[in-house]
Each structure stands twice: as C-alpha cells, then as structure tokens.
Ligand binder design. Sequence first.
Ligand code: ATP
Length: 301
Amino acid sequence: MPSTAISVTDLSKMYGERAALSHATFEVPLGTVCGFVGPNGSGKTTTMRMLLGLITPSGGTGEILGHSIKHPEKYLPRVGAMIEGPAFYPALSGRENLNYLATLGGFSTDRVQGLLEQVGLGDRAKSKYKTYSLGMKQRLGIAAALLPNPQLLMLDEPTNGLDPEGIQEVRDLLRTLANNGTSVFVSSHLLSELEIISDYLVMLRKGEVVFTGKINDLLHAQQPIIIAKGQSESDLNTLLSIAMSAGHHATIRDGALHVEGPKEWAVILNKVAFDAGITLSQLTPQLPNLEETFFEMTGDK
Ligand code: ATP
C-alpha cells in the first residue's frame, strides 16, 4: 500500500520553447484534500493531464497510487477525474446520464442512485440535465468521477463559475469524501475557495511550484503585521523611521503604517512613538492573511 496518493519529481512539460510546467516536485499524502492552486495559465490543467496519462511529460517522473504515470492502466481504474468541465447530454436526466456513463465505463449502475444522493441530487435525479444549476452540474460531474469508486479523485476547477452557495456545496462534498478515505486533489485559481477544506497545498506560479506542504505550515511561515496610525498623517513618516531603525520591514499604505513583525513589538512601538511625542490612534497586530500571501507568492509582483 503506497503512502502517497501522488508523487511527482522534476516533472516538466514544454510546449515549444515555453514551459507549461517546469521541474515540479511534490507529494500528496493519501486520505487528504490537497488544494492545487495558482493563477490561470500557471500549469494546473497541464499537470493533471500528465498525471492522468492524457499527455506525455517532457521530463521527470510521477507516481499515482504507487504506479508510474508511464503506466496509467495500472492506476486509472482507481482514479476518478473531472477535467475542464463535465460533458453530459442536456436532454437526459442526471440519473440517465450517469447510467449511460456507468455502462460505457463498465461500472455497475447499482451505485448510481446512491451517488446522486451523495452529491445532493437525489431528489432531482429525474430532472433533465439542462434544467440543473451550475452547482448541480458540477456536482453531477463529481458523481460521474465517483463512478469507479476511486481511491483518488482529481478535479480541475470544480468551483469555477459557482456562486458562494455552490462553492460551499462542492467544498462540503469534497470534505466528506476525504473524511471517508478518498484522497482529493482539487485545483482552483483562488486559494480562498479551497483554504477551508485543504489539508495540503501545492501552489504554482508560472509553471513552477512555489509552495508545497501542509496549509498550517504556510500560515506559520507568514509574517504577522502590526498596523499603526498616529493622530495626524504627518506622524506616519516618523513611525516608519522608528520601525525601520528597529530592523522591521515597514510601508505606509492606506493612511497607516504596516510593519512586519510579531505582535509583541506593538508594545515597544507604542512606547517609542510616545517618547517621540506621538500618541497612537490605532495599534493593531493582525493575523496573517493567507489570500494576500497567495497573491504575493503567485502574482507578478
Ligand atoms: P487555466 O486554469 O487557465 O486552465 P492552468 O493553470 O490550468 O490555467 P494550463 O492550462 O496548464 O494552466 O496552461 C499552462 C500554460 O501552458 C499556459 O501558458 C498555456 O497557454 C500553455 N498550454 C497549455 N496547453 C497547451 C498546448 N496544448 N499547446 C501550447 N501551449 C499550451
């Protein structure tokens, strides 16, 4: 029994001179939800396509459930995937669509009703696909990916285009699946859509892995900040010099001083500012904001 659902070493994909994925190395432990995040065009779909044996890597290796991606036939029967949106017949019901896909894939149709219930479509199973909301369509896509009773579920942007309620539905479903032992590898261009449910993260920027590990490690790696204001705008430059001469990275933004540093330093800032004749009107240590870190790590800045 392998300990990792996905293991990738130095994996690359070139399109001409351009690297869609460049020397990616990461591991996804079994039984977890791993968020695969990065802006549009950062290489998520390309990676998933290689992992599913749909395209050939230009270099590097990968293993899915302990088998090399050179032999997809060894693991694909235990992998469910939804890449680039589900394709269904609009005039058939959800149940008819799943029955058709089950027959086509050589799976039993006995599980279809159970799967429809699992994704919350039990009472709409007989409605035509074209009458489904976007969230229902995505959930039917996930049900289709679950037909093989997979050990690993790979979903490309399943929350794309969904309203907050639809995003919540998909999130709840993925968390429940992981709690029941399915490993989930799910991509999004927005960390906020996956942050709550992910145990692990693989973060891409322009085809390169910029973070891989437990989401908690990313939280801990972030610098806490202190936001401070004096009683007038003119105090800000003095506060900036105080912070910088104490060795902290600091900037003036939105009419306030933002200092990178632990919350304990706020007490010192207060005292030094007071000694310099400034009474602070705001002094707020802030918890790290994961979304800001994500944009900093994956953006062009
Ligand atoms: P999105 O969410 O927009 O699909 P992504 O993170 O999934 O983004 P990819 O679709 O993997 O990114 O694309 C990564 C890069 O590779 C992009 O620059 C894209 O234009 C390029 N690319 C992808 N497929 C091909 C192809 N078949 N031929 C040439 N370039 C490609």
